[in-house]
Design a protein around this ligand. Structure first.
Ligand code: PGA
Length: 257
C-alpha cells in the first residue's frame, strides 16, 4: 500500500457465520485489539447480527457493514433487505458483488451496478468485489474479466461517488480454498484495476481509490500482501472469524511500511 496517499482498510466478511451470541463474544474480544490503529477496520456481519454489532461498536474504531442489499428501497421482494433499512440502522458499509452472490444467487453485473448506485444514494459505502475464476486465470484472461466487471459495475457512476467505493480484488480460486494469490500476482491485478480507474476517471481517482485483496488472506500472509504498493488492505473471510488472526492482520496493515 502507499500509506502517504491511502489509509489501508481491513474488512472482515463473516459470511453466514456467527449467531448473535457468537457475534457478541467475538466483537467484545476484538474491541480492545483495535484501538488507535493506522487502518480502517470493518466487520461485515449477517443481517441478524447488525444491531448487536452496531450497539457494541459504538464509540470504538470498528465500523459495521452488511454483506448484500437490494437496489429497491422497498416493495414485494420477499427475503430481501433494502439500503434504506441498512442506513437507517447505522450500517456504514455494504459488500456488493461478492463472487458467492454472483455464483449462488445469480447476481449479474447489471444488478450489481444498480445495487451500487442505490447503496451510495443512501449514504452507504460500498465494497465492490471483482475477480476471475481459475479457468479464466488459466486462459490468461484475468485482465479482460476484471476490467469488464469493473466497467459494468461502475457504469454511470460519477467520479465524485468513487470516494464511497472500495474495490476488493478477490480471485475466486483463492476464496476459502487456502490458495492465496502470490503477493506479486495480487499486486499486478490491483495495479491493473488502478490503471482501469485511471482510464475510466482520472489519475487523482486512481491514486485515491482503495483496492483490497481478498482470498485466503490470513495471519501468516497478510503482511507480505499488504506491503505491496497497490494493495490497500484486505477483505478477509475465514480468518476474520478468529479474533487473534484478525487482530494480527489488522496489525499488519497498521504498521507503516
Ligand atoms: P476467505 O474469504 O478469506 O475465507 O478466502 C474471502 C472472501 O470471500 O471475502
Amino acid at each position: 500500500m502507499n500509506t502517504t496517499i491511502r489509509k489501508p482498510i481491513i474488512a472482515g466478511n463473516w459470511k453466514m457465520n456467527n449467531t448473535v451470541k457468537d457475534s457478541e463474544i467475538l466483537i467484545k474480544n476484538l474491541i480492545p485489539l483495535t484501538n488507535n490503529k493506522n487502518c480502517d477496520i470493518i466487520i461485515c456481519v449477517p443481517f441478524t447480527n447488525l444491531e448487536t454489532a452496531i450497539n457494541l461498536t459504538k464509540d470504538t474504531d470498528i465500523k459495521v457493514g452488511a454483506q448484500n442489499c437490494h437496489f429497491e428501497n422497498s416493495g414485494a421482494f420477499t427475503g430481501e433487505i433494502s439500503p434504506v433499512m441498512l442506513s437507517e440502522m447505522g450500517v456504514e458499509y455494504v459488500i456488493i458483488g461478492h463472487s458467492e452472490r454472483r455464483q449462488y444467487f445469480l447476481e449479474t453485473d447489471d444488478t450489481i451496478n444498480k445495487k451500487i448506485k442505490s447503496a451510495i444514494s443512501h449514504d452507504l459505502k460500498v465494497i465492490l468485489c471483482i475477480g476471475e475464476s481459475l479457468e479464466e486465470r488459466e486462459k490468461e484472461i484475468t485482465e479482460n474479466i476484471v476490467s469488464k466487471q469493473l466497467k459494468l459495475a461502475l457504469s454511470n457512476i460519477q467520479e465524485i461517488d468513487l470516494k464511497n467505493i472500495v474495490i476488493a480484488y478477490e480471485p475466486i480460486w483463492a476464496i476459502g480454498t487456502g490458495k492465496t494469490a502470490t503477493s506479486k500476482q495480487a499486486n499486478n491485478v490491483c495495479k491493473f484495476i488502478r490503471s482501469t480507474i485511471l482510464k475510466l476517471y482520472s489519475e487523482v481517482s486512481a491514486d485515491n481509490i482503495l483496492i483490497q485483496y481478498g482470498g485466503s488472506m490470513n495471519s501468516a500472509n497478510a503482511s507480505e500482501l499488504i506491503s505491496e504498493k497497490d494493495i490497500d488492505g484486505g477483505l478477509i473471510g475465514g480468518a476474520s472469524l478468529k479474533v487473534s488472526d484478525f487482530s494480527i492482520i489488522i496489525n499488519a496493515a497498521s504498521t507503516p511500511m
